[in-house]
Design a protein around this ligand. Structure first.
Ligand SMILES: NC(=O)c1ccc[n+]([C@@H]2O[C@H](COP(=O)([O-])OP(=O)(O)OC[C@H]3O[C@@H](n4cnc5c(N)ncnc54)[C@H](O)[C@@H]3O)[C@@H](O)[C@H]2O)c1
Length: 248
C-alpha cells in the first residue's frame, strides 16, 4: 500500500468518524502529508497526534468550512506547510433532521451552509491550485439520503446537489487531469449515525440488506481508490457505498 506516496491531502471534518478513517487510510497508503481541517481544533489536534505521534505528516488546522475567510486561511496554512495539495476530501457535514413542515430556517440554512457551501468554499480555493499543477483528485462525501429521506429535506438537498456539482467539475476539470468524484455512504457507524437513538438505529439496521452498519474504514478504502491512479479513468461519478441499501 503506497499509492499515495508523495501526495499531500486535505480532509475536512477529519477529527472523528469517516474523515478520521480516511486520514488514517491515507497514511497507510504512504501519503506525504494529511491536513485535518476541523472546526473543533482540540479534537483535530488529538486525532493528529493519535494518527501520527511524530507530528511529521499530519497537521491540525482550525477551519469552519462554512466560513469562506477561514477556508482561505486554512488552505493557505496547508499550502505553506506542504507546498502543494494533491487530494481534497470534502467530508465535513452535519444533520439537523426535522419533518419539513416543522423545519426552522436555522436548521435549513445551517445544513446548506456547511454541507453544500462548505464544499464550494474548499473547491473555490483548491481547484485553481490543481488546475495550475494539472493534477489532483477531489472526493465529495454525499449520502444515500440524496435519494430522499423523510426528516432530511435539508440534508438530502445538499447531498443530491453534491452529485450535480461533482459531475460538472468532473467534466470541467478532466482536461486539466483533475478528477472529481463523490461517495454516497449509507448507514455508517459514527457519532452522526448513533445520534438518531438506539431504537431508530436498530429498526434501520433491520431494514438493511447486510443487517449491519458500515464501518468508517469501508468508506475510507473507496476514498483511497478514488484518489489514486487505480481509478485514473474514473471521474464525475457518485459511488453508493451502502451495503446494498441504495438498491432497495
Ligand atoms: N455516518 C453516516 O451514516 C453517514 C452516511 C452518509 C453520509 N455521511 C456523511 O459523511 C460525512 C462524515 O460524517 P460522520 O458520520 O463521520 O460525522 P461525524 O459527526 O462523526 O463527524 C463529522 C466531523 O465533521 C466536523 N465538522 C462538522 N461541521 C464542520 C464544519 N462546519 N467545519 C469543519 N468541520 C466540521 C465535526 O467536528 C466532526 O469531526 C458527512 O458529510 C456526512 O453527511 C455520513
Amino acid at each position: 500500500m503506497r499509492n499515495l506516496e508523495g501526495k499531500y491531502c486535505i480532509v475536512t471534518g477529519a477529527g472523528k468518524g469517516i474523515g478520521k478513517a480516511i486520514a488514517k487510510r491515507f497514511l497507510l497508503e504512504q501519503a506525504a502529508g494529511v491536513a485535518i481541517l476541523e472546526w473543533d481544533l482540540e479534537l483535530a489536534k488529538a486525532t493528529a497526534k493519535e494518527l501520527d505521534p511524530t507530528g511529521e505528516k499530519v497537521i491540525a488546522v482550525k477551519c469552519n468550512v462554512a466560513d469562506s475567510d477561514m477556508v482561505k486561511a486554512a488552505v493557505d496554512e496547508t499550502l505553506a506547510k506542504f507546498g502543494r495539495i494533491d487530494v481534497l476530501i470534502n467530508n465535513a457535514g452535519v444533520t439537523r433532521d426535522r419533518i419539513f413542515h416543522k423545519m426552522t430556517d436555522e436548521e435549513w440554512h445551517t445544513v446548506i451552509d456547511i454541507n453544500l457551501n462548505g464544499v464550494y468554499n474548499l473547491c473555490k480555493f483548491v481547484v485553481p491550485l490543481m488546475r495550475d499543477q494539472e493534477s489532483g483528485a477531489i472526493v465529495n462525501i454525499s449520502s444515500t439520503s440524496l435519494l430522499g429521506n423523510p426528516g432530511q429535506a435539508n440534508y438530502a438537498a445538499t447531498k443530491a446537489a453534491l452529485q450535480g456539482f461533482t459531475r460538472t467539475l468532473g467534466k470541467e476539470l478532466g482536461r486539466k487531469n483533475v478528477r472529481v468524484n463523490c461517495i454516497a455512504p449509507g448507514h455508517i457507524d459514527t457519532d452522526m449515525m448513533r445520534a438518531i437513538g438506539e431504537e431508530k438505529l436498530n429498526a434501520a439496521i433491520a431494514r438493511l440488506p447486510m443487517q449491519r452498519l458500515g464501518d468508517p474504514d469501508e468508506i475510507a478504502t473507496v476514498a483511497a481508490f478514488l484518489c489514486t491512479d487505480d481509478s485514473s479513468w474514473v471521474t464525475g461519478q457518485t459511488i453508493m457505498v451502502s451495503g446494498g441499501a441504495s438498491c432497495t
